[in-house]
Design a protein around this ligand. Structure first.
Ligand code: ATP
Ligand code: MG
Length: 573
């Protein structure tokens, strides 16, 4: 491609809402333009990168035995009513009516459509297993679209769905996708971790998120400093502590007047205690029932763990009327002693004694509160958010925390959709069974943005060879000098004929301007043709990532470039 003919509007300007480097760079390098909130156009340069990711995804999905199809974006409401999601999905689902007043939505995901297809076509175990995927546009009316294409409303996703005859088969399908995802993100040149993610009511570790490690990531992840345990913070577990023989010296319960003392900081300052000596009592409304959760003052409750532990659908912090009902006092003084609700305590309360708690009485706290003696705990459970240095639930070594960008998600669905939508088949014995499903997503645009987030410098993007929109840029320092222009043209043709994706910077611009643009758009290799080197029959090859510059005889250039591309690509497999 000739730069002079390319629609490639690069620039220095960035909109004020572009906080992330990737967002700024995608705009500056002429990859994307915003149409409206969370909706973007990919310009030719950006679209080339999208196609690179899609190609890697296709190759690895096909290698793993999945087959590509293409489903509609507009979906009828009836299917979503069958699965129960027409009501449950919330406002991210964009709903509308057609001219016949039929309710429809724009697909945010395709479980309903694929399950409908499969239940109509697959009748016996002989037709299973199946794994079908598409690369298709999704629409999610995100409440806060931001970071450019990282969290937008209209975006390309690869979504795959597996259907198996039994659990063992479903686990194998899951494993295949897990492995394929590892290959995909390695080939994209990303540093990532597969972390255990919350799988809601399904349980077990049958959901993994693929996280690109980046300080700017929206997700918090934890990983073990010693073994390979890694999880999304929401899911990260804490093991039940060893039971210690009860060598407690229980002090007498004491009521103290604590006027205007509500927060943990205020309690600690007023009573001269540390946060870990205070117990917070959080009252939740779990499907209409009050539940008191006890958490140490230096910890935070993890509502997802509470929800999963209780197995409830709706969980929210109780309103004032429920608090008054169970504690007999206004908000801010709840404690376990005498409370009229089931009490569940975090594991951390199995250790320590003589805690400060709320007194269920306005402006009072209790000192030296102890379970069994002063209040009943119906169960101890893992209910809190994991912190740096907590012991790993698998091996006990200290936990580390980091930030990540979720680029992919593999999920064992079980029979959630196949049961609701009756996707059944006849097994070898002729009896009817429900199919076991899995679903597997990769955000194409988000993967591109994550790659930039992970690989850029002050000058611009630094593409891994496998994602680069062009592998090489040929830059004659002055296009008006006929010998330079002719040599550049000849080299460009030779590279292109040799299968190298090449951009020829044939613009009548100063060399400095050309170098800046080449760095901004992140082309991995730059070949510079200047009068002095050329008179010696040589060109300069510069490697964008390292800044290394080599002088090469012009006739050896194509070979050297191809060799470099080959070795950099193979290093990622
Ligand atoms: P998130 O928690 O970030 O909203 P999600 O759990 O809703 O993601 P999935 O439903 O698992 O995401 O979708 C599969 C993949 O699609 C994600 O891993 C991500 O790469 C991509 N994706 C999801 N939402 C968006 C979005 N709003 N913009 C761009 N990509 C997205
Ligand atoms: Mg989401």
């Amino acid at each position: 491609m000739r730069y002079s003919e390319m629609f490639l509007p690069t620039g220095r300007e960035v909109p004020s809402d572009a906080e992330l480097a990737s967002h700024q760079l995608m705009i500056r390098s002429g990859m994307i333009r915003k149409l409206t909130s969370g909706v973007y156009t990919y310009l030719p340069l950006g679209y080339r990168v999208i196609r690179k990711v899609e190609q890697i995804v296709r190759e690895e999905m096909n290698r793993a035995g999945a087959q590509e199809l293409f489903m509609p974006m507009v979906q009828p409401a009836e299917l979503w009513r069958e699965s129960g999601r027409w009501v449950r999905y919330g406002k991210e689902l964009l709903r509308f009516r057609d001219r016949h007043d039929r309710e429809c939505c724009l697909g945010p995901t395709h479980e309903e459509v694929i399950t409908d297809l499969i239940r109509n076509e697959i009748k016996t175990y002989r037709q299973l297993p199946r794994n079908l995927y598409q690369i298709q546009t999704k629409f999610r009316d995100e409440i806060r679209p931001r970071f450019g294409v990282m969290r937008c409303r209209e975006f390309g996703m690869k979504d795959a769905y597996s259907f198996d005859a039994d659990e063992a088969g479903a686990e194998m399908s899951y494993r295949k996708m897990f492995d394929a995802y590892g290959r995909i993100f390695r080939r994209c040149g990303l540093t990532f971790r597969a972390v255990e993610a919350d799988s809601g009511s399904i349980g077990g570790s049958f959901s993994h998120e693929f996280m690109v490690m980046a300080d700017s990531g929206e997700d918090a992840v934890i990983f073990c400093s010693s073994c390979d345990y890694a999880a999304n913070l929401e899911k990260a577990e804490i093991a039940r502590p060893e039971e210690v023989p009860n060598a407690r010296t229980l002090k007498p319960l004491e009521t103290v007047h604590t006027p205007d003392v509500r927060t943990i900081e205020q309690v600690c300052a007023f009573l001269s205690v540390r946060p870990k000596e205070v117990v917070k009592t959080l009252i939740f409304n779990a499907d209409g029932r009050p539940v008191a959760i006890l958490i140490r003052g230096d910890h935070e409750v993890n509502e997802i763990k509470v929800r999963n532990y209780l197995g409830c659908n709706e969980l929210e912090l109780a309103m004032d009327d429920m608090i008054l009902e169970v504690t007999g006092s206004p908000r801010g003084f709840a404690g376990p002693v005498g409370i009229r609700a089931q009490v569940i305590a975090d594991y951390s309360l199995l250790e320590g004694e003589n805690f400060v708690v709320g007194a269920n009485r306005e402006d009072y706290h209790l000192k030296n509160a102890n379970p069994d003696r002063d209040y009943a705990v119906s169960a101890y459970a893992d209910l809190r958010v994991v912190l740096e240095n907590d012991p790993c639930p698998r091996c006990g070594a200290p936990i580390r925390t980091a930030r990540g960008i979720e680029v992919g998600h593999v999920f064992k669905l079980g029979d959630k959709y196949s049961r609701a939508m009756r996707a059944v088949f006849l097994d070898a014995a002729g009896s009817e069974k429900t199919m076991i499903m899995g679903c597997y997503g990769i955000g194409i645009g988000r993967t591109v943005a994550a790659a930039i987030e992970q690989s850029h410098d002050d000058q611009g993007i630094v593409w891994p060879m496998t994602l680069a929109p062009y592998q090489v840029i040929v830059t004659p320092v002055n296009i008006k000098e006929a010998p330079l222009a002719a040599a550049a043209e000849a080299l460009y043709r030779e590279l292109t004929d040799g299968g190298v994706e090449t951009l020829l910077d044939d613009r009548d611009e100063r060399a400095g301007v050309k170098f800046k643009d080449a760095d901004l758009i992140g082309i991995p290799l730059r070949i510079t043709l200047g009068p002095k080197k050329l008179s010696e029959g040589c060109v300069e090859l510069r490697i964008r990532r390292t800044g290394e510059v080599r002088t090469l005889p012009i006739e050896r250039t194509v070979e050297a470039v191809r060799e470099h591309i080959r070795s950099e690509t193979e290093a990622l497999i």
